[in-house]
Design a protein around this ligand. Structure first.
Ligand code: SAM
Ligand code: SF4
Length: 355
């Protein structure tokens, strides 16, 4: 493996009053979860996320180098109270240095003195081969996207015939004992509603935690219509044909998924529903985001962002970067506003923001 980047960890940056900086906004929410996009590129073309021809990928010189991304993660964890770092994209497995970036992250310590919790959101292609080095680097958890168990439908939906690769990745993560393995399914009208029950049975049988996701207006514009979308209620109604559902009682905190205990004739487990559109959870959001080109975003749906890359390349020191990050987070909007009459889809699509 390539020699890992050495971290320099000068002391935390405090406010002038001596209190550590946190990413707290005007509505009282404090970000503890950083989502880092490691590339905007992808080897699938999910219809709800990308057009068939792909997108205009970011030029390499615009994207953060490994040293730059590690520096920003270091500032977030060491100085700004971040406790969980999730790597996403685009497809994060396409970043060759992924293990090095994870290893540098797990060398850090949070404000509570712990190793930051690391997680990967991936389509799973090639994960079975990469997993040992990622686990060795300290990766704690994995989410794999899987929208159908039907090979033809999967191929139509992702425009690539790669379902067997994803199933191999799921087996590898389960065998490695990274628990819980979460499976993400975006449900689209007239496309994969018939996959809801087979996916639920598959997940309960394999011990993975399946989460159904309401499709959001973050892909090609013609792909989303508020009136047509499959809602959380539609998904729960489908599940109830085979399962008795009881809400999980533990407090949800900032987790996006509402969890249900699903009991079937011969199986039982937990299934989640992420109802970002019909039951928004913005009031409990604890996320801050970093795009591949170093823009800090307060929300998936932000229409403004702060280029930490430009500040960094202009010579800003760590304290100035931390202050800029904290200052911009203060302005986080109370909600995503999808249902507001004036809602505008962000200029970047999901893969360019980091989902
Ligand atoms: N390529 C990786 C993957 O597919 O898991 C990571 C990036 S992907 C953008 C992250 C997650 O966002 C995936 O679970 C994907 O299904 C979800 N996603 C993408 N576009 C979406 C949309 N328009 N609405 C809801 N979820 C979406
Ligand atoms: Fe790629 Fe993930 Fe978008 Fe699918 S959802 S096109 S796998 S980035």
């Amino acid at each position: 493996m390539a020699e890992r980047l050495i971290l320099q960890t000068p002391p935390r940056h405090d406010t002038p009053a001596g209190r550590p900086l946190t990413l707290t906004d005007r509505h009282g929410r404090t970000a503890r979860d950083l989502r880092v996009s490691l590339t905007d590129r992808c080897n699938l073309r999910c219809t709800y996320c990308m057009p068939a021809e792909g997108l205009d990928w970011m030029p390499t010189q615009d994207t953060l180098s490994d040293a730059e991304v590690i520096r920003l993660i270091t500032i977030a964890v060491r100085d700004l109270g971040i406790r969980q770092v999730r790597f996403t994209g685009g497809e994060p497995l396409l970043r060759r240095s992924l293990a090095d970036i994870i290893a540098a992250t797990t060398q850090l310590r949070t404000d509570e003195g712990r190793v930051p919790a690391t997680a990967l959101t991936t389509n799973g292609l090639g994960l079975d081969k990469r997993l040992p080095e990622l686990v060795d680097a300290g990766l704690a958890r994995v989410n794999i996207s899987l929208d159908s168990l039907d090979r033809e439908r999967y191929a139509r939906l992702t425009r690539r015939d790669r379902l067997p690769d994803v199933l191999r990745a799921i087996d590898a993560v389960l065998a490695a004992g990274l628990h819980p393995l979460k499976l993400n399914t975006v449900v689209m009208p007239g496309v994969n509603e018939d996959d809801i029950l087979p996916l639920a049975h598959f997940a309960l049988d394999s011990g993975a935690q399946l989460r159904f996701i309401e499709q959001m207006p973050l892909g090609p514009r013609e792909e989303w219509k508020r009136g047509d979308m499959v809602t959380a209620d539609d998904i729960l109604a489908r599940l109830r044909t085979d399962f008795e559902l009881t809400p999980v009682e533990e407090p949800r905190g900032a987790a996006p998924a509402a969890l249900w205990t699903a009991r079937g004739v011969d199986k039982q487990g937990t299934i989640g529903v992420i109802a970002s559109v019909t039951r928004p959870f913005c009031g409990d959001c604890d996320r801050t985001r970093l795009t591949t080109d170093g823009a800090m975003r307060t929300c998936l749906f932000s229409r403004t962002e702060t280029s930490l890359r430009d500040l960094m390349r202009a010579g800003a020191d760590d304290a100035a970067l931390a202050a800029a990050w904290a200052g911009a987070m203060r302005e986080k909007k109370p909600g995503h506003g999808i249902d507001d009459p004036g809602f505008l889809q962000p200029d970047r699509t999901m893969s360019a923001i980091g989902g």
